[in-house]
Design a protein around this ligand. Sequence first.
Ligand code: MG
Length: 380
Amino acid sequence: MQTRRQMERQEEQMLASYAAKSSRSHGRFYQEPEHPYRTAFQRDHDRIIHSRAFRRLEYKTQVFVIHEGDYYRTRLTHSLEVSQIARTLARVLKLNADLVEVIALAHDLGHGPFGHSGEDALRDLMEGYGGFDHNLQALRIVDLLEERYPSFPGLNLTWEVRDGLNKRRVELPGSPGGSDGNLSLEAQVVDMADEIAYTHHDLDDGITSGLIEEEALQGIPLWREIAKEVARSRLRLDRELRKYWMIRTLIDRTVTDLLHAATERLKKHRIRLPSDAQAISERMIQFSSTMLRQRASLKVFLNDVLYRHHKVVRMADKARRFLTALFEAYLRQPEQLPDTARTRLKSEDPHRVICDYIAGMTDRYAMEEYRKLFYPEAGI
Ligand code: MG
């Protein structure tokens, strides 16, 4: 039977000197005894998987609203794709794949219903009351809002996971020495995996839905280049198989570029310890300048064609209107809130309590709640 100590020793032997090691973690805000056969980061991973916020990702919108089709990405499948790409990156760069996986699975926990339009609505509603940001909300969830333990609020995760989720670099309670430095290498890996995952799966979902026409993609040099390679194979492919081939090749090429560019940067800046990477402002985990340029045209395309497609904009605006209506209805009459939220009203600003409540909702729960509040014939 393998013990935690043995796994910790393996980390020391197998990982790079600049990788985070679970045995050298700065620990948890509330002290807890270590687990006999799980490292600190493996334990955090399990805490995320068992959290309510993680389960709710299944019914939260990425770009396409849940009821538009079962095969589109949701926040849950997006998070799994991010985690999968991030683990590959971490393994090749000899970074801590366990830590990377926790940060990846938790990175979108703070998103409210209806994707970015939901976030925009909450940000507007919270103006003057402390604001709203999904990155900070993820930290609120793991530090405060999840209720699973009798002796502390939240999930009491290790410092390295909380610091990795702290993309805004705000001061966090329990900091061993300030969060003013850069993200850790493991957190940088997740950030890039997030970007790689969403551009490619949005492209995939965009083509599947018909909102993106393949001919229009010919304007993107990176796409054109790979399309030529696929054509050279002389295989007779239907639309679907060609799409998967294209996207698979794009991801592979992007990930490979990132691995080479990151390896070079780590060497050039003589990164030896995790703290070396956090002490400099330049990101070590970054694409080559060529790939950055090539990706810029892809991102502009996605923005113009998909994220600003009239169907996406219509749904986004609808979501914004009805989340606003929900928020205002609760604020007018906070007694409508469920027990747990009502208890918090005694000591906290109702805006924050309502914001946390709405941000925690899945798309379908928010729609159901809207029906209950505004349609006389709906149940209570
Ligand atoms: Mg994401």
